[in-house]
Design a protein around this ligand. Structure first.
Ligand code: FVH
Length: 298
């Protein structure tokens, strides 16, 4: 088995495989940072954009990898990653594979195993932010996997944005990413339903959004308090006791229903509060509903 190259400086050679919106932004940032960069994309026309930029353009993913120390993958999904990894095969031996494609923890663990079997170090990376902001602190890159590879290539990775390392368990960055994205989607679908309500009442949705934005200032403290309650199992009456909170729920549900707006989530909240109160725990707060959210057996 070839030994992975773990010494880095500005001459560290980087391959970027996948030149979609995000991959192209990453490749441009490495080129701009002075790193010798080789690019490859399945559809060759996207590589052509890199002519005259100082980047090398490789005809195949394997050739790009063979010519580099660090091989960065930024592809659509795990199907694309599987296909490209198959084509790399022994060209990855001795390299550091950095997979920045969005995906689940189990996939990251599978790629880690694959990399090990092929003589490569593995870093899984997950991105939160928009391609035009790559290279600025506004884009977050979370990594997990080989601590040695992260330490050696930290400077190169730092050139991409704000970076964090979540330890050597390869799936950790994906756990964080999936959880963050889930919180975002769950909150934002609730926000969109509520905009329907605000609009149906004839109010200005943009003004309302500003008001909600201002209320968000209180959320970091609340989230910390709730997580503390969950981890200790001590449920103080956060947001008030459930006995008090539940009194509002029927009004919230009927307000939504009267305006023809989806009330499914409010009914879920009320049902959980009712169950907790029926257990004699109405003096506890909202965090205590966590006790009822038991994962279904897998
Ligand atoms: N764009 C964004 O805003 C974000 C923000 C946060 C995280 N992501 C993730 O980044 C991954 C790449 O996203 P992207 O925006 O670059 O996506 P596209 O512009 O659609 O480019 C997709 C690239 O993947 C290549 N590709 C697709 N299937 C295959 C395959 N079977 N074999 C080889 N390459 C494949 C595609 O190639 P082509 O269609 O040009 O030939 C593009 O290079 C993604 O995980 C986001 O979730 C983006």
């Amino acid at each position: 088995m070839t030994k992975t190259t773990l010494s880095a400086d500005a001459s560290t050679k980087i391959a970027v495989l996948g030149l979609g919106e995000m991959g192209a932004a990453i490749a441009k940032t490495f080129v701009g940072g002075g790193f010798p960069t080789t690019v490859w994309n399945r559809t060759a026309s996207k590589s052509a954009v890199f002519l005259d930029t100082g980047a090398k353009i490789a005809p195949t993913a394997a050739e790009a990898a063979a010519d580099s120390d660090v091989v960065v993958l930024c592809l659509l999904d795990s199907l694309a990653v599987n296909e490209v990894l198959r084509s790399l095969d022994s060209a990855i031996s001795g390299k550091v594979l950095v997979n920045l494609t969005s995906g689940a923890p189990a996939q990251a663990r599978t790629y880690h195993k694959w990399a090990k079997e092929h003589g490569a170090a593995y870093l899984d990376g997950k991105i939160m932010g928009d391609p035009p902001y790559v290279g600025t602190p506004q884009v977050n890159f979370s990594f997990s996997g080989s601590a040695a590879a992260f330490a050696v290539h930290e400077t190169a990775l730092q050139s991409l944005g704000t970076i964090g390392y979540h330890g050597d368990e390869a799936g950790a960055a994906a756990v964080e990413f999936m959880a963050q994205v889930a919180v975002g989607y769950e909150m934002l679908i609730g926000f969109l339903h509520t905009l329907r309500l605000v609009e149906a009442e004839g109010f200005d949705v943009e003004y309302f959004a500003e008001r909600v934005g201002a209320s968000m200032a209180g959320y970091p403290g609340l989230l910390k308090m709730m997580a503390r309650a969950v981890s200790t199992g001590e449920y103080r009456p956060d947001l008030g006791s459930l006995d008090v909170q539940v009194a509002l729920m029927d009004d919230m549900i009927s307000h939504r229903e009267s305006m023809g707006v989806e009330a499914m989530r409010m009914r879920e909240v009320k049902s959980l509060m009712d169950q907790r109160i029926a257990q004699g725990l109405g003096d506890q707060g909202f965090s205590s509903l966590f006790e009822l959210l038991i994962p279904k057996t897998r």
